[in-house]
Design a protein. Structure first.
Length: 109
């Protein structure tokens, strides 16, 4: 069996998982295919062809479920990345540590 690889695009890390999509995630489909909205630039990480993948945003967890054709994720400031067909990816957002506040926060795109 081919090992799927982790993929980074800007402040997002996509980690392939062998686990099935959690049942509770099915109710959290992102209809526009946007994985992360650019707060500062207005640029978005998004699925290039909506028919080829589903995005699930469960608040604290996010997943991309890729169909049989594979899919590309695009962003205006980063090159496109291609995902393997029939793979589930868990999305991780980069975090940074603020030493003055002694706290972590999401990296803003």
């Amino acid at each position: 069996m081919e090992m799927k690889r982790m993929i980074r695009q800007g402040d997002l890390l996509f980690v392939p998982t062998q686990d099935p999509l959690p049942a509770w995630a099915e109710n959290h489909v992102v209809k526009d295919g946007i994985i992360a909205r650019g707060e500062a630039t207005g640029h978005h990480h998004r699925v290039a062809v909506l028919e080829d993948a589903e995005v699930f945003d469960c608040g604290y967890s996010m997943f991309v479920k890729v169909g049989p054709n594979g899919v590309s994720i695009v962003h205006e400031e980063h090159g496109p990345v291609t995902f393997a067909p029939n793979t589930l990816y868990k999305v991780h957002r980069a975090r940074e540590y603020d030493y003055l506040r002694d706290a972590t926060r999401r990296v803003r795109d």
